[in-house]
Design a protein around this ligand. Structure first.
Ligand code: ADP
Ligand code: MG
Length: 576
């Protein structure tokens, strides 16, 4: 999974990776050559007292060392660029894929997890790529080359060196085996902590209002402590690693020196060869440690790759065709036939047998108690979800056959919870129509009864809006959302409780202007306030997912007892 993911995304950078490998090869080879030069300078220069040879070989060593450093920095530069580029591509791919998911799949992952996967998990993969890119040539080359070069210097000493590799690797492997499961669970702990943090920061006001800080702090404390404990255990094992490794490296060094001293004594070997062998030993040990660093990053990266693939392999349950074949300009006749819907995992359907036709020039109200399925019905028309039974047609064409773009252009929507984005008033409105002029913006703002407050904002149309519109009141957000929907000049308008956060006066003015502006379109308006919709030709009463009454206000008051109750309760509050 990890490998297939990386191979797919590294493909574009084949050339860069090849250059990197070449640079690494050159630099490592040079590094391997240095101890041999060192041996030569000692044996032919120092021991013989030959100053020109010392100067000659010495300057060669300086050139090789400086050259190696330069080539290595080139390799690191390329490696970082490639790793970061692959990370960027991955984030793009994940982001694009998340945008195609329907709310059903998005809820299954949950927002915090989607964010962690896009940022943190990709970072882990990036780290792995960086480590591997820097080591995949250097490590084996240094290890094998070190042993070979050492055996050129002196065969028995190279044997010692060869023997110390499995010992060092064995110790490192034992530690890594105990480390892996710990590293794996740290990743899921980060997920948990992010989840708690996000939830609590998002609900900060609520937490304050209900004086729940103490409780929340305890909850956070518990998972934080668990995470800390885990990290400490990781730290302990890691701190064990360094002394163990040093012990083995030094013991091997000692063995090399001891054996070498005897062989020099007996005249089988020169002093330069001994020093070179010692350097090769160090280089080989370093290469083993480099391999270990990959082994540390690997398990975490593996888990992250799995989590990323999980997103990428999730297909949206709502797939729209890329082009709607032969669709004439949309008039806006919306037909719902026997529509039923059941949320995945829910036992009872939210909607059953809803039959409805809405024509251009008609405004239809949907009223009903909360939870009766009003918002769900609008979501089905927008095709956020697929209907479970029945069909929805737009101008006689099944909406499953209409491209997402065309559907969005034809159907404009004001959600119950107005969603604004970071930017300005103007950028938010232009989500409705990217090419709208300022005059058009002011026009829709006037209809939405938002002109006054937008004018009062510093900067007017260019006033800043915080992420999620958090610097505006509920009513202001709602009116901007209405203005945005009006801007798109759709054939069908869906308003989900657009007056809920407005005072009656404003709501009344908005209602008049709104119906005037949309008089030639098909309008569906969900509202809890009878006073806002009582004048409409048609009111649909939705109860527990079933249409239990259709008619004018007067007809429904006569026929539908629950509608009458609703009217009575609101008139008692002085509403109508
Ligand atoms: P209304 O807008 O009339 O208040 P909704 O359409 O929002 O009602 O919700 C109708 C029912 O569907 C509710 O009982 C609610 O529990 C359920 N519901 C709404 N959204 C979801 C969801 N994403 N997953 C599962 N059930 C949901
Ligand atoms: Mg609702």
């Amino acid at each position: 999974m990890l490998i297939s993911l990386l191979r797919l995304h590294a493909r574009r950078y084949r050339k860069g990776i090849f250059c990197l490998a070449l640079l690494d090869f050159v630099a490592t080879s040079a590094l391997l050559y240095l101890p041999a030069l060192n041996a030569k300078i000692i044996d032919s220069g120092v021991v013989e007292g030959d100053v020109p040879v010392i100067l000659y070989i010495g300057s060669a060593m300086i050139v090789v060392a400086v050259g190696t450093a330069a080539v290595y920095s080139g390799a690191v530069y390329f490696g970082s660029r490639i790793a970061m580029a692959i990370g960027r591509d991955l984030r793009n791919v994940i982001f694009d894929h998340i945008l195609t998911l329907s709310p059903i799949e998005a809820t299954r992952f949950g927002t915090p997890s989607l964010i962690t996967r896009t940022i943190n998990d990709v970072n882990q993969l990036q780290l792995l790529i960086l480590t591997v890119l820097q080591l995949f040539i250097a490590t084996p080359l240094l290890c094998i080359g070190g042993v070979l070069m050492a055996s050129v210097q002196d065969l028995p000493l190279a044997g010692t060196l060869l023997a110390s590799i499995p010992i060092l690797w064995g110790v490192v492997a034992i530690l890594l085996r105990r480390l892996r499961p710990l590293l794996r669970s740290t990743q899921s702990h980060i997920d948990t902590i992010t989840k708690i943090l996000r939830e609590q920061f998002a609900g900060l006001r609520v937490v304050r209002a209900f004086v729940q800080e103490e409780h929340e702090r305890r909850r956070f404390d518990a998972s934080n402590r668990e995470y800390t404990g885990l990290t400490i255990r990781v730290g302990r094992l890691m701190s064990l690693m360094s002394p163990c490794v040093m012990l083995i490296v030094n013991l091997s060094g000692l063995t090399v020196l001891w054996l070498g001293a005897h062989r020099i004594d007996s005249g089988d070997m020169q002093i330069g060869a001994l020093i070179a062998s010692f350097f090769y030993l160090m280089q080989v040990m370093v290469s083993v440690m480099m391999a270990a660093s990959v082994a540390i990053v690997l398990p975490r990266a593996y888990v992250c790759a799995e989590r990323i693939q999980e997103i990428l392999l999730t297909d949206s349950s709502v797939v729209a065709p890329s082009a709607s074949a032969g669709l004439p300009p949309i008039q806006g006749i919306l037909q719902l036939q026997e529509v039923g819907f059941c949320y995945p995992g829910a036992e009872v359907p939210v909607l059953r047998g809803v039959d409805l036709t809405i024509r251009p020039g008609e405004a239809t109200a949907i009223v009903g108690p909360t939870g009766s399925g009003k918002s769900t019905l609008l979501a089905l028309v927008l095709r956020l979800f697929n209907v479970t039974t029945g069909e929805i047609f737009l101008d006689g064409v099944n909406i499953r056959k209409i491209a997402a773009e065309d559907l969005v252009k034809a159907v404009s929507f004001v959600p119950q919870k107005p969603q604004l984005f970071a930017g300005t008033v103007a950028t938010n409105l232009r989500y409705g129509s990217a090419s709208a002029t300022d005059d058009e913006l002011w026009h829709v703002l006037t209809i939405a009864q938002a002109r006054d407050f937008v004018e009062a904002l510093p900067g007017g149309l260019h006033a800043r809006i915080s992420p999620g519109g958090s610097n505006l009141s509920g009513g202001q957000k709602q009116r901007l959302a209405i203005a945005r929907a009006l801007l798109s000049k759709a054939k069908v308008y869906l308003f989900d409780d657009p007056f809920s956060a407005l005072d009656s006066d404003t709501a009344d003015r908005l209602r008049r202007a709104l119906f005037l502006e949309t008089s030639s379109a098909a309008v569906v308006i969900v509202s809890q306030r009878i006073s806002m919709i009582r004048n409409l030709d048609r009111i649909i009463l939705l109860e527990e997912g079933v249409v239990s009454g259709v008619g004018t206000h007067v007809e429904l008051v006569e026929r539908a007892p629950s509608y009458r109750d609703l009217v009575l309760s609101q008139s008692m509050q002085g509403e109508s």
